[in-house]
Write a protein that binds this ligand. Structure first.
Ligand code: M6R
Length: 616
């Protein structure tokens, strides 16, 4: 939430900052701003609304400086106003600061600073931190051994409780920038005599693929020639420069109208990437390089616990189902946000997995830390190399689906479903699954990109259905067993991007309450694939139809329904149970995408949401 970009180098900072902000806009779009050092002072512009508004506003300024900072905001403290937009300046105009995170003790610090004569223009916690730096700077002897600027930032941060990714500039230190992080992501891009700090690689990848992932508690001091990393306690840190494996192409729309659309259609390739090199030579099981667990240790696991938030939690629910179904091991999925405070009794030898696309979700990170504090091993299914979750887990499985930019998760979700299915196979083959069943399972996994491609070919028809239903204001999504989580996911997708009220339920639960909602105004999306409970699902559809509820039915090829039962039928190919959730997800992604488009919603930037939720 919130994106920051800072630049030090030879080029005009404003151009690079605005370009970076556009790429980070998915992190928040309440307001945007930038500040540049020029003519011995800070020049700045900020505006509520999208980065586009800031771009227009910036034209009224003559930004020529080569050092600057910028921000795109997802409001926490203070409303969406120009005054609350970042950057914030200290009341003596000596510092400008951008911030991603929450300063929890801002109120007591503010009281103190007011008593010292500092004044405030906004309601934000960020302005408090900026003035705290100014306060320490004023107190710091001018001949301090190291940069007085750097030391003032460090001193201020030692008093701060909460989370931050910050970038600060100071006209008395021209060509310098100080950035720091605790609990919010921050990456340093290392170019040729130029450096970019940003909340996400996407903001800097068009300039350099060489990056340093800063760790919590680290501060980086940047000049046009070099950078220097230390801790808040002045200990030097040796930087590790990593190379990002994807390039700017992956973060472009490439002809699609929205990133969500692009990412839906990228799924066959994304799924290939998540599987690549992960099958045994005999083709009977899945293998993972990063679990850091030997087979003997693995066999001793008596319970799997999957933790995640939002869409990732839905993937956890499917993983739970597949582990129990195929590996016959007890498994459970929990909301990371609940687990972290629930103090659940844990016994035996459980293995924890956290699922997170971004690797920065604060609740998932909190759950991970809680499980580790209790002495358990925690692995991750994660898409972001260098993320906090990737660093803090004991091992895990990278998804390798490339950057996911659409706020509504799509390719990261199906990749997590796939990895969950592969994990179930891995464990099952260590237990009771036969070689032949393993080979059949592996072949099903290998075939999933083609099945997804097949469903994607139905996009025009699903679009036509979506247009007919787009005016409705309530939807139910109903499924059973491994497709109950997909019903939840379908409802989440629809409400996130089209603001339609939608609920996901186990189909049989519908008659225990939600049936009261059924009318000709409330369509139900049913998952009714072939299988032993097909007839039960048909009965549920009958109950809806008896109450004049429209029914859109997603079913497998070859299934037959009584005439007139379904208003619309979308067929998916018949497939192995382990990959059914993946294949069944595609129609509901397309349905919600096209409904949102028909309602002219801003699909990639849905209101109130941000891609990575780094506040509680
Ligand atoms: O980055 P994460 O996978 O940890 O994110 C978890 C959720 O915030 C995320 O899936 C959210 O629900 C998406 N907006 C869903 O589309």
């Amino acid at each position: 939430m919130c994106g920051i970009v800072g630049y030090v180098g030879r080029q005009k900072a404003a151009t690079i900052l605005l370009e970076g902000l556009k790429r980070l806009e998915y992190r928040g779009y309440d307001s945007a701003g930038l500040a540049v050092l020029q003519n011995g002072r800070i020049d700045f512009a900020k505006k509520t609304g999208r980065v586009g508004n800031l771009v227009k506003e910036a034209k009224n300024h003559h930004f020529t400086g080569t050092t600057g900072i910028s921000h795109t905001r997802w409001a926490t403290h203070g409303g969406v106003t120009d005054a609350n937009a970042h950057p914030h300046l200290s009341s003596d105009d000596k510092f400008a600061l951008v911030h991603n995170g929450v300063i929890e003790n801002y109120s007591s610090i503010k009281k103190f600073l007011v008593s010292q004569g500092y004044t405030f223009k906004s309601e934000t916690d960020t302005e408090v931190l900026c003035n705290l730096i100014a306060y320490h700077y004023a107190k710091e002897p001018a001949d301090v051994g190291e940069s007085r600027f750097l030391e003032s930032v460090r001193k201020a941060l030692r008093h701060v409780e909460g989370t931050y990714g910050i970038a600060v500039i100071c006209p008395e230190a021209p060509g310098e920038l100080v950035a720091a992080r605790k609990g919010s992501p921050l990456i340093l891009g290392v170019g040729d005599n130029e450096f970019i700090v940003a909340s996400d690689v996407a903001a800097l990848i068009s300039h350099t693929q060489n990056v340093v992932y800063l760790k919590d508690g680290e501060v980086v001091h940047v000049t046009p020639k070099e950078f220097f990393i230390s801790t808040l306690d002045q200990e030097d840190v040796s930087p590790v420069v990593d190379r990002v494996t994807w390039d700017i192409e992956a973060a472009e729309l490439n002809g699609y109208a929205h990133f969500m659309e692009k990412e839906i259609f990228e799924q066959p390739a994304a799924l290939e990437n998540s599987m690549r090199g992960r099958f045994s030579e005999d083709g009977s099981t899945a293998k993972f390089g990063g679990l850091n667990l030997g087979p003997v240790e693995f066999r001793q696991i008596d319970r799997f616990v999957f933790l995640g938030c939002g869409t990732a939690w839905h993937a956890c629910l499917v993983a739970e189902h597949l582990l129990e179904r195929f590996a016959r091991v007890p498994a459970e999925a929990d909301y990371a946000s609940e687990f972290r405070y629930r103090n659940a009794p844990l016994s035996g030898n459980p293995l924890f997995f956290v699922f997170s696309q971004s690797g920065e979700t604060i609740d998932t990170l909190g759950a991970l830390r809680e499980a580790k504090r209790k002495g358990y091993k925690v692995l991750a299914v994660n898409n972001t190399v260098g993320s906090t979750i990737a660093r803090e887990t004991d091992g895990g499985i990278y998804q390798y689906v490339g950057p996911e930019i659409g706020v509504a998760s799509t390719k990261a979700f199906t990749s997590q479903l796939l990895i969950g299915a592969m994990l179930a196979l891995h464990v099952a083959r260590m237990r009771d699954m036969s070689f032949a069943d393993g080979v059949e399972y592996v072949n099903a996994l290998k075939g999933v990109p083609a099945l997804v491609r097949h469903v994607l070919e139905q996009a025009p028809r699903i679009k036509e259905i979506a247009h007919r239903y787009a005016h409705h204001t309530d939807f139910l999504f109903l499924g059973r067993l491994s497709l109950f989580p997909i019903a939840l996911e379908g409802a989440l997708k629809l409400k996130e991007i089209s603001y339609i009220h939608a609920e996901g339920y186990p189909a049989a639960e519908m008659k225990h309450g939600p049936i009261a909602l059924i009318s000709e105004k409330c369509p139900s999306v049913f998952f009714a694939p072939k299988g032993e409970i097909f007839n039960k699902l048909v009965s549920s559809i009958q109950e809806v139809k008896a109450r004049r509820g429209p029914a859109i039915v997603i079913t497998t090829e070859g299934c037959e329904f009584p005439p007139g039962l379904a208003d619309d039928i979308i067929t998916i190919p018949d497939c192995h149970e382990a990959v059914l959730p993946i294949v069944a997800t595609i129609p509901v992604q397309l349905l919600s995408y096209y409904i949102a488009c028909a309602r002219k919603c801003d699909v990639d930037k849905p209101r109130n949401l941000a891609k990575s939720v780094t506040v509680e």
